[in-house]
Write a protein that binds this ligand. Sequence first.
Ligand SMILES: [Zn+2]
Length: 253
Amino acid sequence: MIDTHCHIDFKDFDSDREEVIKRAKDKLDYIVASGFDKTSNQNVLELSKEYEGFIYPTFGFHPVSSQNSTDEELKDAQKHLIDNLSNIVAVGEVGMDYFYVTDKALRERQQEIFTSFLNLADEYKAPIVMHVRDCEKKAVNIIQDYEDIPYFVFHCYGGSLKTAKRIMNMGNAYMSFSTMLCYSQQHQDLIKKIDLDYILTETDSPYLAITKEERNEPANVVNAVYKIAKIKDIDISTVDEVTTNNARKIFKI
Ligand SMILES: [Zn+2]
C-alpha cells in the first residue's frame, strides 16, 4: 500500500516523526510527501534524503496558501522546482480551490498560477498532483489541452460523478481517495462508480483523521484501502495490488 499524499513535514509531526514513519514503514511500500510552497518543498526534499527509498517528494504551490504570492515568489518557487526535477516524483500540489476562495480576482490569480505549473509539467513531461475543490469540471476543461503531461492526479477527489467519468475517459488521469472514505457518504457513493484502475489512496496527513481531534498519519491509509474493498465488495489484496500499481506507474517508483 502507498500513501500517495501526505504532509509529513508539518510541525504536527515534529515531536514523534520518527515513530510515525516507522509505523508507516511497517505497513506501506512508500509514501509521497507533498510540498505546498518553497519552504515546505525544501523540507520534503530533506526528508526524502533522510528516508531514502521510503519518502518521495513532490514540489508544489498550494492554491489557497499561495494565492497572494507575488510573481517573484512564484518564479523563485518554480526555479527551485526546475533545479530539483531529478529529485521529485511529480509537480504538486497545485490547483484551484473555489471552496475557500470566493473572490473573483483571487480565483483568476489561482488559475494563472495553476496554469503556469501546468505549462511547467508539460514542458518537462512530469506528472502533476492537483488540489481541486468545488471547481473540478473547470479543472478538467483546463487540463485537457496538456498533451505532454504523462499523468494527472486529482488528490482527495470530491467532484461529481459526471466529472469523474470524464476524468476516467482521459485514460491518464487518476482520482485519489483518503481516509475520509471512512465517514464521508459522498466519497463512499463516488467510489462505487469509479473504476479501480483510476483510483489512488492517500491520507493527506495530518488532516482528515477519522475524528476531528485526532491527527492523521500515513499508516492509516490502510483504512482507506479496507473501506474501498468493503464498498466495492472485492478482496483487500486486489485493491491493494491495483492501487499500488497505479501509484508505481504514475510516480515511476
Ligand atoms: Zn495536501
